[in-house]
Design a protein around this ligand. Sequence first.
Ligand code: NAD
Length: 293
Amino acid sequence: SAKVIDGKLVSKQVKDEVAEEIATMKAATGHVPGLAVILVGSRKDSQTYVRNKKKACEAVGIKSFEVNLPEDATEEEVIEHISEFNNDSSVHGILVQLPLPRHMNEETILGAVNIEKDVDGFHPLNIGRLAMQRRYPLFVPCTPKGCMELLHRYGVEIKGKRAVVIGRSNIVGMPAALLLQKANATVSIVHSNTKNPEEITRQADIVISAVGVANLVRGSWIKPGATVIDVGINPVDDAESPRGYRLVGDVCYEEVSKIASAITPVPGGVGPMTIAMLLSNTLESAKRAYNFK
Ligand code: NAD
């Protein structure tokens, strides 16, 4: 049965490393990293994410800044706050919590963030550089970066291997495929219009699934010995849970863990890595700002 890739453990290691480096930086420069989060509207899930990011910042010594705007705020108001943070030298990372209200243009708003503070890696220039040969973005999006970090820390070979990414969203699937390609894998992308996706995934040494459909990836989709990274977070009814539901990934864990050589659980796999990578990107940005190596 497959080795469990423990994202909770690795994220703790990353956070400990980040905290230690921040302490050293503070002693040497007198500065700590700062992260600004802009939340528009009052979605419960977004509020929870923002709260968790703030807590995680405090735990490692990152100063956090927060702006909450009402659902009916204008694009100009959001951009005004972004500009303020762009010009604030104590802020090294600016994050606009997605999704934005429907009346706002996501590309315009994300494009207003100074690329040197784009710790989410969603600025079109950073995404563009990720797609180019021999070019590197200033920041890589946190969830796919977390997937790569798990592969690296568990010693999974990528170079020359066949990798399949299921899903092609701007925030996970697409950048994950670009990162695997940059790491010299041969990459295929499977999406909602792909016919017989299992024929493609069965050829993969590495599968990253980022879809949002519970139990989509069955045992029959996976080559024996493959490494499977499950990004999906899907609520399914569970009468025994106090909340009435529990969270599962895209991968049918029971079947796939018998066939794969390594697999991430949900929860406790990719999930905790996302915030860890955000902290790491914010530290990276501050190190650049203070020329601290
Ligand atoms: P999305 O809805 O933006 O994209 C889903 C992608 O899956 C699309 O590209 C679509 O083409 C593809 N798709 C849909 N149905 C498919 C099918 N039947 N077969 C193959 N491909 C199909 O979602 P997203 O934002 O990329 O998120 C994907 C999942 O990852 C969600 O469950 C989300 O909750 C989770 N997620 C987790 C983290 C984290 O762990 N920190 C972060 C972001 C997203």
